[in-house]
Design a protein around this ligand. Structure first.
Ligand SMILES: Nc1ncnc2c1ncn2[C@@H]1O[C@H](COP(=O)(O)OP(=O)(O)OP(=O)(O)O)[C@@H](O)[C@H]1O
Length: 215
C-alpha cells in the first residue's frame, strides 16, 4: 500500500519573533511571538492597555519594535482604531488619495466595498459631516481597497449597526477564501466563533486561546 504524503503546510505570511516594545519605563510588548498562515482569520484579544494597538502599529510598519523580528508579506493594509480621514476632504477625494498612494489604476474596489458595507453618504460629502459609523466604513474601505495579503484591523466595526457588522464578517470570510490573512483586534466575545484562531495579549506576550491548527 502506498500512502500519499500530506501537502506541506503553507509558510506563514506573518511571523513575529520575540518582539519587545516599551514606552519610557512602561514595557508593553515583552517577547511577543505569532505565526499566521495565508487564508486565516485571526483574532487578538486583551484588556484595555494590553498593547494590541501597539502590536498592530508595529506590524503595519508605523512603529518600530525595540527588539525582535517581524516578517511581513509585500502588501499590508491597516485599519487603525482612530479614523485616519481628514474632515475637510470629501469621500471621493479620500478614495482618490488612497488610489494614488497605493498606485492603483482604478479605485473600483473601494466603491464596491462601500456598497457592500451599505455606505449611505455620497462621493461629494465631506467626511467631517458623516456619522461615526459611516466614517468608519470609509476608513475600512480605504484600508482594503488595494487587496493586501495581510489585513490588520483594530476593532474595525466600531459604530457599525448589526447588519453592517454581519456584512463586515462576510467580507472578511471572502478575503480568507481568496487566501488573504486577516488579523482582527476584537473585544467581542461572540466574534470568537467567526475566527480560525484566537490569541490573547497579556503581560506583553501572545498566547493561543484557541487555534484551528494552521494559524
Ligand atoms: N505613544 C505612546 N507613548 C506612551 N505610552 C503609550 C503610547 N501609546 C500607547 N501607550 C501606552 O501603552 C499601553 C498599551 O497601549 P495600546 O493602545 O497599545 O493598548 P490596547 O491594548 O490597544 O488598548 P485598548 O484596548 O484600550 O485600545 C497603554 O498603557 C498606553 O497608555
Amino acid at each position: 500500500m502506498t500512502t500519499t504524503p500530506a501537502p506541506p503546510a503553507a509558510p506563514p505570511v506573518l511571523r513575529l519573533r520575540d518582539v519587545h516594545k516599551r514606552y519610557g519605563p512602561r514595557t508593553v510588548l515583552n517577547g511577543a511571538d505569532l505565526d499566521a498562515a495565508p487564508g486565516r482569520l485571526i483574532g487578538v484579544v486583551g484588556e484595555n492597555g494590553a498593547g494590541k494597538s501597539t502590536l498592530l502599529r508595529i506590524l503595519a510598519g508605523k512603529l518600530r519594535a525595540d527588539r525582535g523580528t517581524v516578517r511581513l508579506p509585500a502588501t499590508v493594509g491597516h485599519c487603525p482604531q482612530t479614523v485616519v480621514l481628514h474632515h475637510a476632504l470629501t469621500v471621493a477625494q479620500h478614495v482618490r488619495y488612497f488610489q494614488v498612494a497605493y498606485g492603483l489604476p482604478e479605485p473600483t474596489r473601494a466603491w464596491e466595498l462601500l456598497e457592500e458595507l451599505r455606505f449611505a453618504a455620497g462621493p461629494r460629502d465631506r467626511t467631517g459631516t458623516l456619522s461615526g459609523g459611516t466614517r468608519q466604513k470609509l476608513n475600512l474601505a480605504v484600508a482594503l481597497m488595494h487587496d493586501p495579503e495581510l489585513l490588520l484591523l483594530d476593532e474595525p466595526y466600531q459604530g457599525f449597526d448589526w447588519e453592517t457588522y454581519l456584512r463586515f464578517w462576510e467580507i472578511a470570510r471572502s478575503l480568507r477564501e481568496r487566501g488573504r490573512t486577516v488579523l482582527v483586534v476584537s473585544h467581542m466575545a461572540h466574534d470568537a466563533d467567526r475566527l480560525d484562531a484566537l490569541h490573547r495579549l497579556a503581560g506583553g506576550r501572545l498566547t493561543p486561546v484557541r487555534d484551528g491548527g494552521r494559524a
